[in-house]
Design a binder for this molecule. Structure first.
Ligand code: F6R
Length: 246
């Protein structure tokens, strides 16, 4: 796992977008796995700009999202379906037949998890997995304690994650449960890019990069991954090298 530190959020986002585009230029039919949240918005913005200026087409790529809240219809404004449509999929030339987001409103969530996992397998696995990181070190919605051998499944969100994400919902909390791609599937990605911005991610970044590999810090699993790059702004990197990670 290597870290690249950029002066600010814009520079970090641009570099991450370029890393994705470089991969797609090499392999236009690459399979991408993508996150939602605040952090990747700058990267999506740059990717959309590059698409509009004719630098890149996404028409042959396949897209999987990492997660979705359980119980939200795909048109719920806080759903990750809507987020992705508004910030990325709806603004590029992606083929709708090759866009996959877990169905949080499925009648049988367990069957939906199996279907989603099978779809990833049928696509040949993930070429590039783009990740954010939670303040508690989560990746996808794999909260601390998530088994490293886990696959797509229904998970319970931690109280801290629900509070952080509460602003997207009218009630004061995010849903209790979500569907997430598991740790083993993330680990099997041929390349992983983890993006982090801001001082509120500094401790999690330091724990992942400098602490022990442990299921209590999910992102630390990536230390064992052969091709992971952290894209950090200076704030997110501000706890590195201080020996504060346990
Ligand atoms: C969301 C996801 C989460 C976020 C993480 C950071 O799809 O996979 O792991 O990446 O919670 O969220 P932000 O970027 O909002 O700080």
């Amino acid at each position: 796992m290597r870290a690249r530190v950029f002066p600010d959020y814009e520079a970090m986002s641009a570099a991450a977008a370029h890393a994705v585009v470089d991969r797609l230029v090499e392999e236009p039919s690459a399979v991408l796995m993508l996150p939602t949240g605040t952090t990747p918005l700058g990267m999506y913005g740059r990717l959309v700009e590059m698409h509009r200026s004719g630098e890149i087409s996404f028409s042959e790529a396949t897209f999987f999202n990492l997660d979705e809240y359980l119980g939200l219809l795909p048109d719920h404004p806080a759903s990750y379906h809507v987020y992705m449509k508004e910030n990325f999929y709806g603004l590029i030339d992606a083929d709708p037949a090759r866009i996959f987001v877990p169905d949080g409103a499925a009648d049988d969530p367990e069957a939906e998890c199996e279907r989603y996992q099978a779809a990833i397998g049928e696509a040949g696995g993930i070429d590039v997995c783009v990740l954010g990181i939670g303040r508690n070190g989560h990746i996808g919605f794999n909260e601390p304690g998530a088994p490293f051998d886990s696959r797509t499944r229904v998970v319970r969100l931690s109280e801290s994650t629900r509070l952080v994400n509460a602003g997207d919902f009218e009630a004061d909390r995010a849903p209790e449960r979500a569907i997430t791609v598991g740790m083993a599937t993330i680990f099997e990605s041929r390349e992983a890019l983890l993006l982090a911005s801001g001082t509120n991610k500094a401790a999690a970044v330091a724990a992942a990069l400098e602490g022990d590999v442990s299921e209590s810090v999910p992102a630390s699993m990536l230390k064992k991954h052969p091709n992971t790059t952290l894209f950090l702004d200076e704030d997110a990197a501000s706890d590195l090298g201080r020996g504060v990670a346990s």
